[in-house]
Design a protein. Sequence first.
Length: 478
Amino acid sequence: MNEPNKHGSPEGIDLLCANAASATYDQLSEENVHILKDKLLDITGCMFGGSIVKEDRFLTDYFKKLGGKREAPVFTCDFNLPLVNAVQLNSLFARANDFGAMFFYVNGEHIASHCSETLIPMGLTLAATRKVSGKEFIVNDIASEDLISRILFSLPVRWPTDMLLVSSAAAALASRYYGFNGAMMKKALSFAAANCTDPGNAYYDYSQEFKYHNAESARMGIMAVELAKGGWNGSLDPFFGHWGLVSKQVHGGGFPVNYEGCFNNLGKKFFMEQSFKRCPGGIPTTAAANCGKNIRAQIIASDGIFDAKKVKQVHVFRSDSVRYNYYSNPFKLRNHINALFSFQFAACCAMYHGNVNVANVQTDAILAHPNLYRLAEESTMDTFEYEKPVLKVVVDMYDGRTFTSTQDYAASMHAYPTKDFLEAKFRSQCDASGIIPKAKVDKLISLASRIENLSDMREYTELLQKGKITCKNKSCKI
């Protein structure tokens, strides 16, 4: 017989919100701070890399045409917009190549999530409109991540519900910037939880909704705090109460089985996203890309060069313990979004170019290399029996030789990157954008490594736009 829950409703959510609203920098661990600084650099790079996606340019033009009060900067661009519009574009850029950090690590479990691509650009946008210290920036983000990761942990089935919680993460973050206490944060969460977006089908259908989700979640976060600030009432428990975001997904209603896990080490340990992508696209493609790079190295070791014309066919296999999903679909659209979510393209691109980066997954870049999309389109996808979750790539050459590589599916996703890797990833995306000079790139890397010492985060955010923005609106705080 299950023991009764120690935390009821709404006492439980009240406790979680109070903790998230009152958390201080001194409560964080060294590991928390280290990971956040790495994510700051990582997501900043993703905004620059995301700015080059040709299919998204119309949206930037649309928001710019709308105009409005020039409250907040649009990073990678040379103009300011109303806050709700600026956070949308900045979050869209961060997610555009699906290259950011993800996966909460809670109570020993990795849980898929996509909050950082909203929270980091949103926090930077808010910090650019007021004086916020580096320490405040750090704890605002981590406290928000911790709250949402705990709620997500309670669910027996987390994906794609994790995406329903990004707008709540955004509301929690905005609540801290607005100086809300726990009660006010809970009001804001009511509106965010009720108006969340779910891009789950976008991945299967190759729709750009997956990245607009992060943009819209950021807007919802700002609107949620404005509604609470304006005096609207919220729900007693937007997550675990009657028809709450979590409880309505539990068969028969009520509390999920893992509910009490929400309160483990509350205020003593802060959970956060901490898995970093090695290549653009869904993080499961990492193993396929690693196989492709390994086979390229084998071919060069044998032949002295890599010649795609000598490759007859590429075969990609997932072990039967790796579940089927959209990554196993054929590569057939020859475009950016198909490239992001394809085991076959990831393997072929890494073998062809030596890596998978933001420059070579763009639609025009794919079309410029017929031998690449030939290999990807003619590749096969199959399964094989193996006791561990792995991906395997087998390459047949026209001369009869065969090259093989096998990579651990999970370990490739969660191995923590080196400082050198993160800096190289950042520089490559800045180079692809061509927006800022090397001196600014170097300064951003330096500042990201020591933001806890900054008295004003605008020292960082002022480097994220093209040129220097002069705001003539007296109400603009930039």
